[in-house]
Write a protein of this length. Structure first.
Length: 314
């Protein structure tokens, strides 16, 4: 294979995932692209995860295990980045798995770019997932990624040139660290060359109790405030507009929950934050949603019907 000499470092944060870990590791080890450095960061697991990792490291020299005290997924990923030696870096979550041609397709896609992104499939059960494995790739701009929720919200499903992210680290104080990491990459490299492999190659496993399913309104609002820091520093109108929309969407989401639980102080805080950004969007729908929160409830449920079930549980 043309790119076989290029090593890919795969960073896997691991915490109490004994039921899913082997599926993840096997999908990586049996990939068609084999020049891999697989850094598994055991973040203080109390189940059988540590033993599983040690067993695999004995069987395959590509598997490197780091054992550390529990400090969260961001700390685990940062520990992996610190010792990564590959020309490229990929992140895989330990309860997810990947297509057998995942790395082969990504490294082909990054040939003329600094970052390549693929599509993903949400899976609600452990069984196999049917996918179209025909290779399709196209060039996209950093601002297009920022506008696309499916492309910007996660660090998995991506292959980064090591030099691109060598100095970038995950925030260890925010729960929604993936979005902030991608924001750092995009805003610090506005002329970044990005390719999109329009094929679902990453399988994101949605399980009860996973962190992404337990995000609180406070965490969403905290992320919006982080984005506001970027917004305040930004001078280019187009980027400022996109950032404003991102801030408003997240703040509206948090505010709706605060309305349900009747937290007036937090509602006022949300209103103040949105007020600073709404004019930058140049779009009336955000002004309407900002003024009429019950319309935003309908907007959310229409786009994600599972929100109705979630709201009833509050």
């Amino acid at each position: 294979m043309k790119y076989e000499k290029d090593k890919i470092t795969v960073i896997i944060p691991v915490y109490n995932v004994e039921n899913y870990l082997e599926r993840c590791l096997k999908s990586i080890l049996y990939n068609t692209y084999t020049n891999l450095e697989i850094i598994c960061v055991n973040d203080g697991s109390t189940d059988n995860s540590k033993k599983i990792l040690e067993d695999y490291s004995k069987r395959d020299k590509r598997v490197v295990v780091i054992n550390k005290k529990n400090a969260g997924v961001s700390s685990a990923r940062n520990a992996g980045i610190k010792i990564a030696t590959g020309e490229y870096i990929a992140f895989v979550d330990s309860d997810d798995w990947i297509h057998e041609k995942y790395f082969e397709y990504l490294i082909r896609g990054i040939d003329t770019a600094d970052l390549v992104i693929c599509n993903y499939i949400r899976s609600y059960r452990s069984g196999s997932v049917e996918t179209d494995d025909a290779y399709r790739v196209q060039s996209i701009s950093p601002i297009d990624v920022l506008k696309n929720k499916e492309l910007k919200s996660y660090v998995w499903g991506k292959l980064f040139r090591h030099q691109l992210v060598d100095e970038i680290r995950f925030s260890e104080s925010e729960k929604l660290e993936d979005s902030l990491y991608n924001m750092d990459v995009l805003l610090n490299n506005k002329n970044l060359k990005i390719n999109h492999v329009d094929v679902p190659l990453y399988y994101y496993f949605v399980r009860a109790g996973s962190l992404v399913n337990n995000i609180e309104a406070y965490s969403v609002l905290s992320l919006a405030k982080c984005f506001k820091e970027y917004y305040d520093k930004e001078n280019e109108a187009e980027w400022k507009k996109v950032l404003a929309i991102e801030i408003i969407k997240r703040t509206l989401s948090a505010r709706y929950i605060f309305i349900i639980i009747k937290n007036k102080d937090m509602i006022r805080e949300c209103n103040a934050l949105m007020k600073q950004c709404v004019k930058s969007t140049g779009n009336m729908k955000y002004l309407i949603l900002y003024k009429l929160p019950f319309l935003y409830r309908a907007f959310r449920v229409l786009n994600d019907p599972t929100m109705l079930k979630y709201e009833k549980q509050l």
